[in-house]
Design a protein around this ligand. Structure first.
Ligand code: SF4
Ligand code: SF4
Length: 172
């Protein structure tokens, strides 16, 4: 299947079912949540949304966008760590309601494209010059999918140029 930035969340979730739940990726990272994930996970754990955020979630910033993800249990301030919901048997404690990024990510042949799809749709903000600058740096050493080039995201070439040369510093 061809995955582009415009691929729908429904299609992305359908492809994401390839994950074999081995728990490897969960032992050094965790997936970002959509807002709708928060009440579902809180209800599953039988705690309030406030308690969920305080006890189990942390902020993650990518491409100048903040999102929430399950806390990582780090050793000695290392940037990576085991997801707080990964159990000793490598099963996800909240598998039935796990975060959207966890449901999309997989190690199948489309896994990398789905990761790019997630970054493009949920982290990269075409209206935020800093987000675009960080995406431009990312593209220097990484590939993207259709719809994810700089000129796709910011078709106005003059505006794109101002963003990239720091003439436009912040969101308007
Ligand atoms: S929430 Fe579950 S699937 Fe997602 S990273 Fe944590 S253990 Fe893995
Ligand atoms: S995405 Fe890959 S590494 Fe992560 S749990 Fe699924 S199969 Fe394992």
């Amino acid at each position: 299947m061809i995955i582009t930035k415009s691929t729908s969340i429904k299609e992305a979730l359908a492809i994401g079912k390839e994950c074999s739940k081995c728990g490897n990726c969960c032992s050094y990272s965790s997936g970002a949540l959509f807002d709708a994930d928060i009440p579902r996970i809180a209800e599953f754990l039988k705690i309030t949304e406030k308690a969920l955020k305080e006890e189990y979630l942390e902020e993650v910033e990518k491409f100048n966008t903040l999102r929430l993800r399950p806390k990582l249990i780090r050793q000695k301030d290392r940037p990576h760590g085991r997801c707080v919901f990964l159990e000793d048997n490598n099963h996800c404690r909240i598998h039935e309601v796990k975060p959207t990024e966890c449901r999309i990510g997989n190690c199948g042949q489309d896994g990398e494209k789905l990761s790019i799809w997630f970054r493009l749709n949920y982290y990269v903000n075409p209206y935020d010059p800093e987000s675009i600058r960080q995406w431009a740096m990312y593209l220097e050493t990484n590939q993207t999918i259709s719809g994810g080039n700089l000129t796709d995201l910011v078709p106005d070439k003059e505006r794109l140029s101002k963003m990239l040369n720091y003439s436009e510093l912040r969101k308007k």
